[in-house]
Design a protein around this ligand. Structure first.
Ligand code: SF4
Length: 466
């Protein structure tokens, strides 16, 4: 009998491909341009997603591989593309990412880039190459793989310094601005990697910058090897793609790995660590903010108890949001990510919430599965990125947006979810959405509970909600 290997097929996967994560990381590095080694469609798709999410102009170059290069190799195209990028943008750094096609035909982007530098005598330009096959993993691994490539390329054995490294999972620019404020409030000097706080949410200016200003400087990445500690915000990051681990293994920088600081417990963990590393007490302003959040939790818990949520998207955001729901009595019915992860379920298991035994905890999943479970389990709140809007539309369940991409609403780049204040605003959004949904369906629910529907109602001749 034939031995068949079955593949887990996904329909509308709950993830994006690996190079788009690499792009997002590189967009937080100063004077950096991204070159996608692959077909033009890949960079167009990524530009479209990034620019509609952040509402900023987003340039991504492409080596524009075609049928001929697929057969004979794309070296010529990549070199021509690099030359054009230098002429048009004059970057200090070019991040070269592979795609499905380039990986399938086995392109050696590092060798091609090095030979390009020698041939063109561009010694002051840094070309960082990152293998990101679209089919290899999700945006999550692509993002961290790019950050690891950057520290591996730039970080040096620097003299011990008093600064700390802060490496973040994908957050919003507003989240990063708040994080920087927190670090400064503790009197810490720091290197933030990447820093999209200005590059992907820039103030209006009459002068157009081909490459946005700001981002992490390459000199600052170079000194990450001499930091007193690294904080890596990302619970699921494993050593092979971890920039924090690379700094520890190569330069001996101690690493602390934390979850996204969403909710009381997870924000406490960050502030406690900042207090320990700085030797300073937690500033009074955060003590007050924490108190306000506790007060709000007391106010809204009676409503949140009616929430049955489906949480989906980037695994780090899903874990942090699940923790916030668990703290506030919103029952996570479906906890789902498209990223394949051996440890995702284990981290969910560490959280405490009633009904955890029956919650659907899914990695490597898709929106078809999520939609089916939403219907089966009577979910009344969706929490995730815009890709869940079809579940919202088909099942009539409201969607509170968090994560990437969000391109059916404005303002994704300005929303802050972290810290006590960000968590509180996010929690208020969740509570108010539960209340709105309840009020919208109140009559229908009462009639369904207490009366047998008449024939006219069943045929849709009577509108309950009028
Ligand atoms: S999945 Fe592959 S082909 Fe599709 S956009 Fe990503 S890299 Fe390109």
């Amino acid at each position: 009998m034939m031995n068949r290997n079955y593949v887990n097929l996904n329909t509308n996967p709950c993830k994006m491909c690996m190079p788009i994560g690499g792009c997002l990381a590189l967009k937080g590095i100063e004077q950096t341009m991204v070159m996608m080694h692959g077909s033009q469609g890949c960079s167009t798709y990524m530009r479209r997603h990034i620019s509609t999410h952040y509402n900023e102009p987003v340039d991504i170059a492409s080596s524009a591989l075609n049928e001929k290069e697929t057969v004979y190799g794309g070296e010529k195209n990549l070199k021509k593309g690099l030359a054009n990028v230098i002429k048009m943008y004059e970057p200090k750094v070019i991040g070269v990412l592979t795609t499905c096609l380039a990986e399938t035909i086995g392109e050696d982007i590092r060798a091609i880039s090095e030979s390009f530098k020698t041939e063109n005598n561009v010694s002051d330009l840094d070309i960082v190459t990152i293998a990101t096959p679209g089919y290899g993993a999700s945006q999550y691994e692509g993002y961290f793989a790019a950050l690891k490539a950057l520290v591996t390329y730039f970080a040096k054995d620097a003299n011990p310094s008093s600064h700390i490294n802060v490496i973040t999972t994908l957050m919003t620019p507003a989240d990063q601005r708040l994080l920087k404020e927190m670090l400064s409030d503790f009197g810490l000097s720091f290197v933030l990697l990447p820093d999209i706080s200005e590059t992907l949410d820039a103030p209006y200016e009459t002068q157009y910058h081909k490459i946005p200003k700001d981002g992490t400087k390459r000199e600052d990445i170079a000194k990450m090897g001499g930091a007193i500690a690294t904080i890596e915000i990302g619970q699921l990051v494993y050593d092979e793609i971890s920039p924090g681990y690379a700094l520890y293994a190569t330069h001996g920088v101690p690493m602390h790995r934390l979850p996204m600081p969403i909710g009381i417990t997870q924000t406490d963990a960050l502030l406690d660590l900042l207090s320990k590393l700085s030797g300073n007490a937690i500033p009074e302003k955060y003590v007050k903010q924490r108190g306000r959040m506790l007060d709000a939790m007391v106010d809204s818990h009676k409503y949140n108890g009616e929430g049955r949520a489906a949480i989906f998207g980037d695994p780090e955001i899903v874990l942090a949001t699940t923790a916030l729901c668990a703290e506030n009595g919103i029952k996570p019915e479906i906890i789902a990510t498209g990223t394949q992860s051996k440890t995702f379920k284990q981290f969910v298991e560490t959280l405490s919430f009633s009904g955890k035994e029956s919650a659907a905890i899914l990695d490597d999943t898709d929106f078809d599965t999520i939609q089916k479970l939403v219907r089966e389990r009577g979910v009344n709140l969706l929490i995730g990125n815009s890709d869940g809007k079809f579940v919202m539309e088909k099942e009539g369940v409201p969607l509170v947006r968090i994560g990437f991409p969000i391109h059916d609403q404005v303002g994704a780049q300005r929303k802050c979810y972290i810290g006590y204040e960000g968590s509180l605003r996010f929690l208020d959004d969740l509570t108010n959405t539960i209340l709105d949904h309840k009020h919208m369906h109140y009559r229908r629910n009462v009639i369904n509970t207490y009366f047998k529907p008449t024939e006219a109602v069943e045929k849709g001749a009577i509108d309950y909600d009028a």
